[in-house]
Design a protein around this ligand. Structure first.
Ligand code: ZN
Length: 259
């Protein structure tokens, strides 16, 4: 399957569905990550982009795209919808993960709304939560018990955000445990990521279905300035990490920050 995850800021995707993506990539699915801003309102955008690249390597993402919308200034606009539609088409997803429409952060809400417009020809859209999301009512649960420790490592990649309460291990783990209890799935499970259904289409065997992709209108591709977008393949770099160990890279991050 092709899985596209969409986030406003570096660390949103990882907090919301990082465990799901790690597990999906290990199972051989193609994971794509599209981040709209470089997080300039809460840190150095160069550093935060570097953290995103490290994250994509850890996940083993087929592609990471980092756009250049201004942090905290995202509104539903023709440009936003065009960019989302362009990368939705490029990744041809079976499932899209995006922000929740009721999210606490206005950038998140704008992307949630714009995703619904941009994904009008996609069949399956799920919304994720982050520890600060309010008014979230999940219907879909995905077991990440076997990759929870990996998710915690993934969040630590976002070193520049280490003082934010919601990136702390207790917050991330606590939410996953809370949703596990709430899901009433199985007492063997210890961690789940949960999702709201924004859109879902079932096939004849009741599996999520994907219909053939339609051509992307030229009016959309013409409105996307690719020069301003960073593209990175985490899948190739993943091999390097597997050979060298992520620990080395994390150690170098710690070293870089003088700790
Ligand atoms: Zn965010």
């Amino acid at each position: 399957m092709n899985i596209l995850s969409i986030g406003a800021h570096p660390d949103d995707i990882e907090l919301g569905c990082g465990g799901t993506l790690i597990k999906a990539a290990r199972e051989g699915h193609n994971v794509f990550m599209y981040v709209l801003t470089r997080g300039g309102a809460s840190g150095d955008p160069v550093e935060r982009t570097h953290e995103l690249i490290t994250s994509a390597n850890f996940v083993g993402a087929e592609k990471l795209w980092v756009d250049n919308f201004e942090d905290t200034k995202i509104t539903v606009s023709n440009k936003l919808i065009n960019h989302l539609e362009y990368f939705i088409h490029k990744s041809n997803p079976d499932i899209i993960f995006t922000h929740s429409a009721q999210d606490y952060h206005h950038d998140h809400r704008a992307i949630a709304e714009a995703t619904m417009e941009a994904s009008r020809f996609s069949q399956n859209v799920l919304a994720y939560e982050v520890p600060i999301t309010k008014t979230f009512n999940p219907q879909v649960y995905y077991d990440i018990s076997d990759v929870m420790e990996d998710k915690l490592e993934l969040i630590k990649v976002f070193w520049s955000q280490r003082n934010k309460l919601f990136t702390r291990t207790n917050a991330v783990k606590g939410l996953a445990e809370y949703r596990t209890f709430q899901s009433r799935l199985n007492t063997q499970l210890t961690a789940v990521e949960s999702f709201e259904v924004a859109k879902m289409c079932l096939g004849k065997d009741f599996e999520p279905v994907k219909l053939p992709q339609q051509p992307l209108p030229e009016t959309i591709s013409r409105n996307v300035e690719l020069d301003d977008i960073i593209e990175h393949s985490g899948k190739e770099a993943k091999q390097t990490i597997a050979e060298n160990g992520l620990g080395m890279q994390y150690d170098s991050l710690l070293h870089r920050h003088g700790e």
